[in-house]
Write a protein that binds this ligand. Structure first.
Ligand SMILES: [Zn+2]
Length: 342
């Protein structure tokens, strides 16, 4: 889940058209927390789902877990008859030589498995087992310098959304991305993803959600962007004085810098006190704190350690409104640079 590729299938196969930034720290922290918790205690998602289905029996028809006999993974060469909606049980059968046999999950394993990693987002349905296999076998998907991530599943919806705001994609897997694709497991998969998402959200302190909420409302058009950034800045200025000061320093350094800053550079720059010749190591702010007080406007690329604005329109917004939000930025930066050199 830490990255996503956007892929396009077009006759010949796939090519990468872009990738999603790191999900925001607040979500990554929550994911790490939940991972550790599940490792120790198991996840309890099935119990949570069953409880809901018991409570609301009308949901059972669509969302209950189908029998495991309907979970068939066919060999990649076995193709479902085209344009035939008849169930696999009837047309493709249960011949073990046509199926990939997989051991049942044991009692010690959770019956629902959670995978973390790369989701390939396509602009059409992935229904080809051979393309699926070749992509899954590409151990070194190379995209903008990020290598070594394997594609774990395919989906369609996120591609249109994920480059517009910081997010984390959670999908329930309901088929094998092959020609046998059917809807049988869809309801249960959706329920499972929702149960995980709910558990994850429970781990996020409400004040952190508050600071980020409207970023996800970014749609298109500069008015929508303007309003979104204005709201974010209002949330930043509504924080306590320390938070506001730190956020504004971070934002004006990132906005005014002539080249991308890496995290230590920013920490260092913020810690320099104008006019003081001694540098206090301890006054360097924590990067997580900077990201957090900036209300979703900045993000850190884990690999390159570059800290940057979340979207190119954020830079445009600050170029237009710099004088309002950071009227003293240029002079402050000059003073700090002089201090640093002296
Ligand atoms: Zn079939």
């Amino acid at each position: 889940m830490s990255l996503s590729l956007r892929k396009t299938i077009q006759g010949q196969g796939f090519h990468t058209t872009g990738f999603l930034n790191q999900p925001p720290t607040v979500l990554r922290t929550a994911v790490n927390g939940i991972k550790a918790q599940y490792e120790r205690k198991g996840h309890g998602l099935e119990e949570a789902i069953n409880k809901i289905l018991d409570e609301y029996p009308r949901l059972q028809q669509e969302y209950k877990r189908p029998g495991s006999r309907s979970d068939r993974l066919y060999q990649s060469g076995v193709i479902h008859p085209p344009n035939n909606d008849t169930a696999c049980a009837e047309v493709c059968g249960n011949d073990p030589s046509q199926l990939v046999s997989r051991p049942e999950r044991t009692k010690e394993e959770d019956n629902l498995a959670i995978h973390y990693g790369l989701i390939a987002s396509a602009n059409q349905l992935m229904k080809n087992a051979l393309i699926r296999d070749s992509l899954a076998a590409e151990k070194n998907v190379i995209t903008e310098g990020i290598t070594g991530k394997e594609v774990l599943c395919f989906e369609m919806e996120a591609a249109g959304l994920m480059n517009h705001f910081p997010c984390l994609v959670i999908r329930g897997i309901c088929d094998y991305s092959d020609s046998h694709k059917n809807k049988e497991w869809q309801g249960y998969a959706a329920m499972t993803a929702a149960a995980y998402a709910k558990d994850l959200l429970r781990r996020i302190p409400p004040n952190k959600v508050e600071a980020k909420k409207r970023i996800t409302k970014i749609i298109s058009g500069s008015n929508a962007y303007n309003q979104t950034y204005k709201n974010a800045m209002e949330r930043i200025t509504a924080q306590d004085a320390n938070g506001e000061r730190l956020a504004k320093k971070g934002l004006w350094w990132i906005t005014c810098a002539k080249r991308p800053l890496i995290t230590v550079e920013l920490q260092y720059a913020i810690a320099i006190k104008p006019g003081k010749s001694e540098f206090d190591e301890k006054s360097q702010p924590n990067i997580e704190d900077i990201v957090s007080v900036c209300a979703g406007l900045v993000t850190v690329d884990e690999k390159s350690k570059i800290i940057r604005l979340v979207h190119y329109t954020t830079q445009q917004y600050f170029n237009r409104t710099r004088d309002i939000w950071f009227p003293k930025a240029e002079t402050d930066i000059t003073t700090i640079c002089v201090t640093y050199l002296s």
